[in-house]
Write a protein that binds this ligand. Structure first.
Ligand code: AMP
Ligand code: MN
Ligand code: MN
Ligand code: MN
Length: 282
């Protein structure tokens, strides 16, 4: 039996594009042996209070988190904020702005899809996104459920990406602004899934270097894809840039086999775990 980590600092609920309610997510995490959990919904803190309440009942160490969409060098980069103050007016305001951006983008995506004969996407995705934060994940669901694509992989190959129907360029807040916000609300900024961006290694180094210089503190070393070569690569980045290491499944739902809750490998012992950063201040 492999030894799994009891820590998961990157998960989604149905307040963004996950399947489970915050209550069900925390319950499932608890049943699967998780002892420290962060909920990190895309651009919203609306699930945190329910998740926290459930975590207290289940005796789980709950970390308030968020996954913020940012723009860097014409690319969308995801920055996870951990141990943030969820009631801080600055994050509430930022989330409201992001919700508007998401709504505008969803309408644009829908218009683009209708140009190739795919109609009704906005109305459909609006119903799927219970909290009003419409993501491309919801559009993927729409396309699959209406037989335009057979799975998520096919959607992100044939639709919603550059050069394909339904593509819209993003205009998220920039990286520096996002790191500053996370630091101001007491959090730790983490580069999410660093090997999932379609950028060259040189560009990735540039991103990590800039992230660090802007006040970013950690990088996800253990993410949803975990082949040991990738863990070694990202561990070397953590050391080179003196960043703490985070760990998170990026769990959205059960149907994707590689992101089950409670089955992540352990963080390499040679790295500084990200939770040491907030324990220091307690
Ligand atoms: P958005 O933040 O609206 O651009 O949506 C991004 C979300 O779409 C991600 O958080 C994933 O949930 C999903 N997603 C993006 N790319 C893929 C992919 N290649 N395969 C499966 N899901 C994806
Ligand atoms: Mn997502
Ligand atoms: Mn992400
Ligand atoms: Mn995520």
């Amino acid at each position: 039996m492999p030894s799994y980590s009891k820590i998961d600092l990157h998960t989604h609920s149905n307040k963004s594009d996950g399947e489970l309610s915050p209550y069900d997510l925390v319950t499932k995490a608890s049943n699967n042996g998780i002892q420290m959990l962060a909920l990190t919904d895309h651009d919203t803190v609306s699930g945190l209070s329910d998740a926290k309440k459930t975590a207290v009942k289940k005796n789980i160490n709950f970390i308030n988190g968020i996954e913020l969409s940012t723009q860097w060098d014409n690319k969308t980069i995801h920055i996870v904020g951990l141990n943030i103050e969820p009631e801080n007016a600055l994050i509430i305001k930022a989330c409201e702005k992001l919700k508007v951006l998401r709504k505008q983008r969803a309408k644009k995506i829908s218009r683009k899809l209708s140009k190739v004969g795919i109609t009704g996407a906005y109305e459909y995705t609006k119903k799927l996104a219970v909290n009003g934060n419409i993501t491309r994940f919801h559009f993927a669901q729409f396309l699959i459920e209406n037989k335009y694509a057979k799975n998520q992989t096919a959607v992100f190959k044939n639709y919603l990406v550059k050069g394909k129907p339904g593509y819209v360029s993003a205009n998220w807040p920039n990286l520096i602004e996002t790191i500053n916000l996370i630091n101001t609300i007491g959090g730790v900024a983490v580069i999410a899934h660093p090997l999932r961006y379609k950028i060259t290694p040189t560009k990735l180094h540039k991103l990590i270097d800039e992230f660090k210089r802007c006040g970013g503190k950690a990088i996800e070393v253990i993410t949803s894809h975990n082949i040991s070569k990738e863990i070694t690569t990202v561990s070397s980045y953590a050391k080179k840039y003196n960043l703490a290491a985070s760990i998170g499944s990026d769990f959205h739902n059960e149907s994707v086999s590689w992101n089950r809750l409670g089955e992540l490998p352990l963080l390499p012992e040679s790295l500084i775990p990200v939770w040491k950063l907030w324990n220091k201040n307690n």
